[in-house]
Ligand binder design. Structure first.
Ligand code: ATP
Length: 628
């Protein structure tokens, strides 16, 4: 084994040993991924690159490469690691770095629609006096991190300085990918899901080589490795820890070593939509299930760490602790009241609360709360946490326990505080009349409907990151349609006419393809907006207008303007149909699926465009509807 290791670490064919790995080796891979449409080939390209890095023992570089590939600089829950710089700043940086005028750069950008290509072209026109030291993956990663963290008055100049420093050293396609990374949209045709699969393959092959096994890794080993890494990642979404533990214990043992840890938010379990109570009953036939109120607020994952630190994370694993200082106080209070509780993770919904009347307020009230610089003294909208699950208690993960037991543990160990922290209202019914009554009751109590969950047995375990059939959502308002609303990215706009003159009167919406990272257009929407809303939306969207559709938009429609993907609309639809114009799920059916009679409900500002409803979800909804 040692011999093999030293062989790799001394003469790996493709990567340097003693010095840092050049950024160009990564951008060459990006270029290949961008050009290659076939997913399997892309997986092979990426996993081969990961394997080379593993062989050359560059653990830190491997972690940096993974983050650069998914266009992040660290785990979701760490603050201030977002890229996504605005066009103005990037144009300015290219102008300063290459001596071209901002006007020329803008006009080229309007033609090409890709800031990366513009930067690459600008660099190639520049005469190079002398050759500077090439960029390394590490130096780029460090500079990007400095840029993301840079804030305050002089931050713009600091950012431009750092960009220029890198830009002047860029060769070949380095400038293109550097700029795209800064813009926050790498578009290499390779999403995070694929990164995990490629990584599992690389680790399997690496271990196979180290153990001197003959032949190839078996397909079953590859499947097991993929399962193991996905499971580990759903509980510990931190690539540094995953890579560390995989190197220490082997990929097959990863899932036993990467388990829940207070302070690291796990990926939440999600629900599937249903259209009727009878569908629910058919689904759970003969099995124990429970109905809970589906509160209409914001998901809150609450963590109490061993040293007493309390953290609250969003559905997307963002740290919301600073946004909810009032909740941090409540949780600290709970901890003091519940003697035996040392470490804890709870799954809850945070809802706006009318303290005087003792009742839930609609989601719209919650959304008026300030999101930044929240001072506990100035909070106007009170909130109450409704806990519906316990995932971890005093050093032990409870994920594998049936919901029935988890619920018992929750009720026995944690004490509610009226109007601040309560348990989700639940009822274990098994007939249409009782469920209908509970559903009506939930709506009267300002909830969206019910969550119906498997209560006992294997299938009632908590499944991190899965949209599971063991959790069904029954939303009162959507029983007539496809069973749920869709959350879609706004990619285009139509100029308003008549009363809507001066604003956008309609929008082109798209779902997100998680495999390819593309936005597949799926409808034009013009219904459900108040005039005031259209005015606000126009103000928000105008600065995001781009001259060309992004290369990662899949479309046939021709809106009056195109937008950067920044906003997500929640939308209701009568049903789904195959369309000659729209493209959702095009790879699946050869034709796209589109929404019929879409109606705007609200802006989902808790979701980023990449968290829009996925193409797979739309395909599934369409198939279910066609089946019915
Ligand atoms: P998605 O559409 O991706 O599932 P979403 O954020 O739009 O996510 P819904 O589908 O509407 O959410 O429903 C699931 C959400 O309902 C959960 O993420 C959680 O925030 C909320 N919720 C409210 N009450 C409960 C409950 N009792 N159990 C589980 N989730 C609940």
């Amino acid at each position: 084994l040692l011999k093999l290791e030293s062989k790799y670490h001394s003469d790996s064919p493709d990567l340097p040993q003693s010095q840092e790995i050049f950024y160009s080796s990564l951008t060459n891979i990006f270029e290949k991924l961008e050009q290659e449409p076939a997913r399997l080939k892309n997986l092979a390209i990426a996993s081969e690159f990961f394997l080379q890095i593993l062989r050359s023992n560059h653990k830190r570089t491997l972690v940096e490469v993974i983050y650069l590939m998914i266009n992040r600089l660290g785990p979701d829950y760490e603050l201030d690691l977002e890229l996504g710089l605005g066009e103005t700043l990037l144009v300015k940086a290219i102008a300063e770095g290459t001596g071209r005028t901002p006007q020329r750069i803008r006009s080229e950008l309007h033609k090409l629609g890709d800031i990366g290509l513009v930067a690459q072209n600008s660099r190639s026109r520049q005469p190079t006096m002398f050759k500077s030291k090439p960029l390394t993956i590490h130096s780029v990663f460090e500079n990007l991190t400095k840029i993301a963290k840079s804030s305050g008055n002089a931050s713009q100049a600091r950012k431009i300085g750092l960009i220029n420093q890198m830009l002047t050293t860029c060769e070949g396609s380095e400038a293109k990918f550097l700029m795209r990374s800064l813009e926050g949209k790498l578009r290499i045709n390779f999403g995070e899901k694929s990164v995990l699969v490629a990584l599992s393959k690389a680790f399997s092959e690496y271990e196979h080589e180290l153990s001197s096994k003959k032949g190839h890794v078996s397909p079953q080993e590859l499947v097991d490795a993929e399962e193991a890494i996905k499971k580990a990642f759903s509980q510990i979404p931190n690539y540094e820890i995953i890579v560390d533990e995989a190197l220490k214990y082997g990929i097959s043992n990863l899932a036993t070593h990467c388990t829940l840890k207070p302070g690291i938010p796990l990926k939440p379990m999600l629900a599937k939509p249903t259209k009727s109570i009878t569908e629910v009953l058919d689904h759970f036939h003969g099995q124990e299930f429970t109905c809970e109120y589906k509160y209409d607020g914001e998901r809150a994952q609450l963590h109490v760490q061993e040293d007493g630190t309390v953290k609250i994370y969003s559905r997307n694993s963002e740290d919301m602790s600073q946004r909810y200082p009032d909740l941090i106080d409540v949780v600290s209070q709970i901890k003091t009241q519940c003697n035996g509780v040392i470490t804890l993770i709870l799954d809850c919904e945070c809802v706006a609360w009318d303290g005087e009347k003792g009742k839930i307020l609609p989601f719209q009230v919650l959304s008026t709360r300030k999101r930044k610089d929240v001072n506990a003294k100035d909070i106007k909208v009170q909130v109450c946490l409704f806990a519906f699950d316990i995932l971890f208690l005093n050093g032990k993960s409870l994920l594998e326990l049936p919901l029935k037991e988890r619920r018992k543990i929750l009720h026995e160990n944690v004490k509610p505080i009226e109007g601040k922290f309560q348990f989700a209202e639940a009822m274990d019914a098994d007939n249409v009349a009782e469920i209908q009554h509970f559903l009506d009751q939930s709506v009267k109590d300002s909830c969206e409907g019910l969550m119906v969950k498997m209560l006992d047995g294997d299938k009632s375990h908590y499944e991190p990151s899965k949209r599971s059939v063991n959790w069904l959502k029954l939303k009162k308002d959507y029983l007539e349609g496809v069973g749920d609303s869709l959350d879609l990215a706004v990619v285009g706009g139509y100029i308003g006419k008549g009363k809507r003159t001066g604003w956008y009167g309609g929008f082109l919406l798209a779902c997100y393809n998680e495999d390819s990272g593309e936005y597949e257009t799926c409808c034009k929407i013009g219904t459900g907006f108040s005039e005031e809303m259209l005015q606000t939306l126009s103000g928000t969207l105008k600065p995001t207008v781009i001259q060309q559709p992004k290369p990662f938009y899949v479309y046939d429609a021709s809106p009056d303007v195109w937008f950067e993907p920044t906003l997500v609309f929640e939308v209701l639809t009568a049903d789904l149909s195959l369309s000659p114009v729209y493209k959702a799920g095009i790879n699946f059916f050869g034709k796209g699926v589109s929404l019929r009679f879409p109606r705007f409900i609200r802006v989902r500002d808790d979701k980023s465009p990449e968290q829009a409803t996925s193409s797979d979800q739309i395909v599934e909804l369409y198939q279910k509807q066609a089946h019915v």
